[in-house]
Design a protein around this ligand. Sequence first.
Ligand code: IFG
Length: 493
Amino acid sequence: MRYLLPLLLSFLFFSCGNDTPPPPAMPPLSDLPLIPLPVEISNSEGYLYVNPAKSFANEGADAGAMAYLKSKKVPALPLTTSMDTNLQLMDGAYLLQIAPEGVNISAKDQAGLLNGAITLEQVVAFSPNTERGLFLSAGTITDQPRYAYRGYMLDVARTFFGVDTVKQVIDRISTYKINHLHLHLSDDQGWRIEIKSWPGLAQIGGMFEVDGTRGGYYTQEDYKEIVRYAAVQGITIVPEIDMPGHTNAALNAYAELNLDGKARDPYVGTDVGFSTLDANKEVTYEFIDAVVGEIAAITPGPYFHIGGDESAVTPHDDYVKLIRRAQKIVISHGKKSIGWDEVALAGLDEGSVAQLWASAEYALKAKEGGNQVLFSPATRTYLDMQYDSLSPLGLHWAAYIEVDSAYLWDPKTMVDGITDADILGIEAPLWGETIRSIEDIDYLTFPRLLALAEVAWTPQPQRNYEDFLRRLRAQQDWLKEKGIGTYDTRVLK
Ligand code: IFG
């Protein structure tokens, strides 16, 4: 008799034509370990069951959202999307509704639909998915970003990383709603992008990297492939050509760019602040215009980064002259200029951005000039900083940065006089002096990037460190399941 009743019940259950099996134990939607934490999650009755044998036409579902889900191998499920440009939502906002009948994502722009798809990827990843099928708890997620620009910088100049590695980085960071990838394409040790009118820059300037190993560079076709691949995952590429300092690779390639007309030797050390372009030669501006023009022509995104950091051997007036002309050149090619915070000393054109890394004073100067600031304070966001004194990789000139330091800060209180309206966003730079592989990139990037992704996305009132750690614990397991070598942070011990 003991077996008869359940047998009878399951017979009744299946015989009523509903192929929905009884659900396993399911966490409510609001308990899922989503990072970055959405603004609001409300649970509702029931769940969506997805039979693995079924396929779904998803007629009319947004192609961008579908392409993202496909790129992340999210199982087929009933999905509808709706874009309504009249929705009173901010850019990138979305509504993700999960009901027994299916999933809907609605937004007012493409970025919003994509953000909804990214959240759906994580909802699926942390929901019961067995051979019987996928079970998603019902509910609604209402969400929007705190900052528009949520970035990651990869220094490919100190150590060159080929297209496939950059694609692996893109796959990793998009899952956390990072939507800009800043590529540091030139420095003293290497020039990493083909410039057709100045071929020696990549062919000569790209030969080496730190420690003198073979370097490399992206052809313009390689760069276009990176741009295309990133766009599918909602990521805009921001190219940087650092100037007037950090230019030894270009000075090694072309004698005429040097103050004394003599080509510099290749440099494979890790010192900074010893190189400069000549602000008083016209050939310098022909060089800048050619480089910016060729890269801007294959960069759909709105930004071009001119560097401007650590120009210790450039006389002040020369620095001001060159940075002012470089901004004008960038603008003439239809882009907005971003520069490390020293560029504020030169005076910024309308729309130019200063990237805070070391000087609150310069950041404030930019703000007072009516310009926005991109926040990359080295003490909180520099992923090339060691976690602690035992870290085998990284530096610590700015700070040791564990997950707590990366999480426990509020950008709008970091610099007196700079509020959220002045902050374009947050960017986490990974400088390349001490990394050589994707494993090294993973070790320094994860899990701190998850903390910074939440700083960049989630409104301050919703942020709670203990709850972040609860969610981080599950995310660490997911990262490891995916073969991503995340650091075993001591904050979870
Ligand atoms: N500062 C330099 C980088 C790099 C970094 C390493 C900036 C803007 C130290 N400039 O950060 O080139 O060397 O942590």
